[in-house]
Write a protein that binds this ligand. Structure first.
Ligand code: AHG
Ligand code: MN
Ligand code: MN
Length: 338
């Protein structure tokens, strides 16, 4: 029986019932994260009318100018999630170090890693932006947080998802039992199930990459892009090109329509030879989601979910989307490497 229109809270509880040993801690965690997302969504929707546009004047650990909405989203999530008693630590794209839980609050067994606002360069132009999250269980005993607790490979995630602040506000998440999408019904302030058991087409007809960097790519990456742009109607080529510049929006379109999103390594910034995207707060959560939908995610050689992070802000190349399209890319990269 379809659960269409079910509230996300009801859905979380139905997922919880699948795990007899569940304590409900996880449901509390996700429910609070949803409240934070609703607050960010409300702020983003009226950002043109308040003094939330523009820059704070700070530069973050990524070396990027911080937008006011970045800062607002980051502090909203940290404030809300710190006192819950479900987390032992947090990692944010906007914070240089691991975010400790203040000693006055009870600690829990989960680690929350997040990109508070993805697509910051698009905020002032009213283009879709989002929030990406990833949740792990603490692996070391006791209250002390060790680096191995926050530097876990993506296959150990217990949940992942994103909020998309677009024409409507959506939440897409998985706890390992299928991928489900909810749409915010503003009149009642509830996320209602709108996309149950999302499956990505096994092949698409859209590729997504920043062509502006063509002259910064190696020959093997250029060979990949040549593949998707050659005229060969028999093979369904060329693909269309769509690139929004907000990973969460480019990924959401790829998930629903099929195809492939790519952020290849480039020579644009010698400090970022592996491209711009972060493994722990962007690539690993999206890799869990796409796998649940029957798709794939790779850094060009390895499954993103198998990569052991070396540090919390590690960057990796990302090729993610329909299984057949990702496999085609891996074959071309492998051939060209020879
Ligand atoms: P963030 O705003 O969290 O820093 O992420 C921006 C990322 C990602 O959303 C997008 O895919 C990518 O930046 C676009 O980068 P380019 O402008 O270099 O193409
Ligand atoms: Mn981002
Ligand atoms: Mn961000």
């Amino acid at each position: 029986m379809s659960k269409f229109g079910m509230t996300v809270t009801e859905h979380l509880l139905s997922q919880q019932r699948l795990h007899p040993d569940a304590t409900g801690a996880f449901t509390v965690l996700l429910s609070e994260l949803i409240v934070a997302a609703k607050i960010i969504s409300k702020e983003a929707r009226k950002s043109g009318l308040t003094d939330i546009l523009g820059f704070t004047g700070d530069i973050n650990v990524q070396g990027e100018a911080v937008k006011k909405l970045d800062e607002f989203a980051n502090t909203s999530i940290i404030r809300r999630m710190s006192h819950l008693g479900q987390l032992c630590a947090m990692v944010s794209e906007e914070s240089a170090d691991i975010i400790e839980i203040p000693s006055k609050y009870q600690k829990g067994n989960y680690v929350l890693i997040f990109d508070p606002l993805d697509g910051s360069s698009n905020i002032d132009a009213n283009v879709n932006i989002g929030t990406i999250f990833s949740i792990y269980k603490k692996v070391t005993p006791g209250e002390q947080v060790a680096s191995v607790d926050v530097l876990q490979p993506g296959y150990r995630q217990v949940a992942a998802g994103y909020f998309l602040y677009g024409t409507s506000t959506m939440m897409v998440y998985t706890t390992g039992d299928g991928l489900h999408g909810f749409t915010l019904y503003p009149a009642v302030g509830e996320f209602l199930l709108s996309h149950e058991n999302i499956r990505i087409p096994e092949r698409g007809s859209i590729f997504s990459v920043n062509m502006g960097y063509t002259n910064y790519w190696d020959e093997n990456v250029k060979a990949v892009v040549d593949h998707f742009t050659k005229a060969d109607p028999e093979k369904g080529l060329p693909y269309s090109l769509r690139y929004i510049g907000s990973l969460v929006a480019d990924f959401h379109r790829t998930l629903l329509y099929g195809g492939i999103f790519m952020y290849p390594p480039d020579r644009k910034d010698p400090k970022k030879p592996h491209g711009k995207l972060r493994l722990t707060c962007e690539c690993a959560p999206l890799a869990m989601l796409v796998k649940q939908a029957g798709g794939m995610a790779t850094d060009g050689e390895r499954d993103i979910l198998e990569i052991e992070p070396g540090e919390i802000h590690q960057r990796v190349p990302l090729y993610i989307g329909s299984a057949k399209d990702v496999k085609t890319v891996m074959e071309i990269l492998k051939t060209e490497r020879k």
